[in-house]
Ligand binder design. Structure first.
Ligand SMILES: C[S@@+](CC[C@H](N)C(=O)[O-])C[C@H]1O[C@@H](n2cnc3c(N)ncnc32)[C@H](O)[C@@H]1O
Length: 275
């Protein structure tokens, strides 16, 4: 089950559950380092209670649980029951914090206010029409001195070398799509502004843009956009035949050994609640 789009005001454009679990594992491989850098900069020692908002299949909930250890707790929430079902199957190592997964929206997390040392959110704001409202809801979960760690992207920083017409045209279509559905695929550039808007002090900002000429990371965005294609077509942002042509062109291009891919830049920001 998924909370209906009209209840949260947004539409998630990617598949969920087992259909997307492998891609989220690659996300972790590629963007795990910048995420962990943000969390360690926020301070993980002594953290007793953490939340993972839009936890997906739980890769970072498990990381948090293992880092925090026994006697601590992690609450993972997501609007997709399919994602949560996969998350519940993944067990953190023995001696980890207890993880509880529940169905809720980032706008109304249904978690206790002012109780969390760390709130973490990765690649969720880019799917929301009102990221500022979601950040305010997350800030409310923090206890005084608690930290919100946001990891999000600038999709348009994606770079294919040598240049690819298929990728260039796809990114043009993506701009039309974000306009059609009212989201911001470069929200990563606004993290400081979003934290300040919710009364948090930005204590850390960094970005990472890994580059691949082989392996799963090289294909991450081709696969992401293949998975998003049905929604992009349904929203009228790109014609079906053109979408198929572009995805096929990307696959052929990525298979070339001379091609290097700089994946979309990922930003990490830490906002601290006063007190
Ligand atoms: C790209 S995935 C990222 C998952 C996870 N944070 C990670 O980095 O592995 C985005 C997740 O956000 C969830 N999501 C989308 N809109 C949401 C909302 N309004 N509230 C909570 N979760 C949401 C989706 O169901 C999906 O699991």
């Amino acid at each position: 089950m998924t909370i209906a789009a009209n209840e949260v005001g947004d539409r998630y454009v990617l598949p969920t559950g087992s259909q997307d679990a492998a891609r989220l594992d690659v996300i972790q491989e590629v963007y795990g380092p910048i995420s962990i850098r943000g969390l360690e900069a926020a301070g993980m020692d002594g953290v007793r209670r953490a939340a993972d908002i839009g936890c997906g299949t739980g890769t970072m909930s498990r990381w948090l649980a293992e880092r925090m250890g026994e006697g601590s707790s992690v609450d993972g929430i997501d609007i997709s029951e399919d994602q949560l079902a996969v998350a519940r199957m993944g067990q953190p190592a023995t001696g980890s914090a207890r993880i509880t997964y529940s169905l809720a929206s980032a706008y109304e997390p249904a978690l206790p206010s002012a109780q969390y040392d760390i709130v973490f959110v990765r690649l969720v704001l880019c799917h929301l029409k009102e990221p500022d409202r979601a950040v305010a809801a997350m800030a409310a979960l923090l206890k005084p001195g608690g930290r919100l760690v946001i990891v999000d992207m600038d999709m348009y920083s994606f770079l294919a070398m040598p240049p690819s017409e298929h990728y260039r045209r796809w990114l043009e279509g993506a701009r039309a799509h974000q306009h059609n559905i009212g989201v911001d695929y470069s929200v990563g550039k606004r993290l400081h502004e979003l934290l300040s808007g919710s009364g948090l002090e930005t204590t850390f900002l960094a970005a990472d843009q890994p580059i691949f000429n082989s392996g799963p990371g090289k294909h991450l965005w081709e696969n992401t956009w293949r998975n998003a294609l049905p929604h992009v077509v349904k929203a009228g942002s790109i014609a079906p035949a053109e979408g198929e042509e572009l995805i096929a062109g990307m696959a052929t291009y990525d298979a070339r050994p001379d091609v290097w891919i700089a994946v979309a830049k990922m930003f990490a920001a830490v906002g601290r609640k006063g007190g």
